[in-house]
Design a protein around this ligand. Structure first.
Ligand code: C5P
Length: 238
């Protein structure tokens, strides 16, 4: 019943709702993402409970960015919790510091390349160098891998480009912005289906609202898993 390729983003209002949702979904999902919005509402307690009492894997999406010493100290603190994935921004000094902070633990460091909500205009406003977003994402992914990232976060559109990088060998690609066939797109602009993302080289897909806002979250999660097992997940053009 376990398939940890599917990570469900538990972007619900509070810890109690998070626990209730995980119980409703049961063994259909074995991996949950807890984000910044839940941190001040007991997100770490929720992570502990889901891991210790329910045997779930935990992805803590903190997107850390600071001077190396501060990132290292923060990651050392998070590594005391039994967490599986932690996000930092993909700048090489941040990734190196995060790896140092995670030393001796099983925590995997995932690097954010460029937030998928940013377009070229936003990058100009932030003084980011010229070039297409896809090129910059691929370059940042390569540098993050060289700095020691266990994996990167990227949209499914960029997964294939990143998977083709020599530095990506043995590293993880985790893709949010996934929408099951026929689901609402919500505010996600560049979406892919679960099958497309897996076919393009994603190791894990992150899905939130199409599962937790669904009237039957367990059935929704099982439907996503079925899509990941479909022939399209192996041959995108079939
Ligand atoms: O509800 P939905 O499936 O859109 O949720 C996706 C999750 O992935 C949210 O927690 C969102 O913050 C996160 N995410 C994203 N795009 C990124 C990075 C993270 O949608 N580039």
């Amino acid at each position: 019943m376990q398939d940890d390729r599917l990570i469900v983003a538990l972007d619900v209002a509070n810890v109690l709702d998070g626990l209730a949702m995980a119980e409703k979904i049961g063994d259909a999902v074995s991996f949950y993402k807890i984000g910044l919005g839940m941190l001040t509402g007991g997100g770490l307690a929720l992570a502990n409970e889901l891991k210790a009492e329910h045997g779930k894997r935990i992805f803590l999406d903190m997107k850390l960015f600071d001077i190396g010493a501060t990132v290292e100290a923060a990651v050392r603190g998070f590594a005391r919790y039994d967490i599986d994935f932690l996000t930092v921004h993909g700048d090489p000094h941040v990734v190196r510091a995060a790896r140092a902070g995670a030393e001796g633990s099983n925590l995997k460091i995932l690097a954010v390349t460029i937030l998928t909500s940013l377009d070229r205009g936003d990058l100009d406003a932030g003084c980011m160098k010229a070039g297409s977003v896809a090129d910059l994402v691929t370059e940042r992914a390569g540098r993050a891998f060289e700095a020691g990232a266990h994996g990167v976060i990227a949209s499914a559109q960029e997964a294939a480009l990143i998977r083709a990088l020599p530095q990506a060998e043995g590293r993880l690609i985790v893709t949010p912005g996934i929408r099951p066939t026929g689901a609402e797109h919500d505010d996600q602009k560049r979406t892919a289906t679960p099958a497309q993302a897996i076919a393009d080289g994603a190791d894990h897909i992150v899905i939130g609202r199409p599962v937790w806002m669904h009237p039957d979250p367990r059935a929704a999660a099982l439907a996503v898993r079925a899509e990941m097992d479909s022939p399209q997940a192996r041959h995108p053009n079939v």
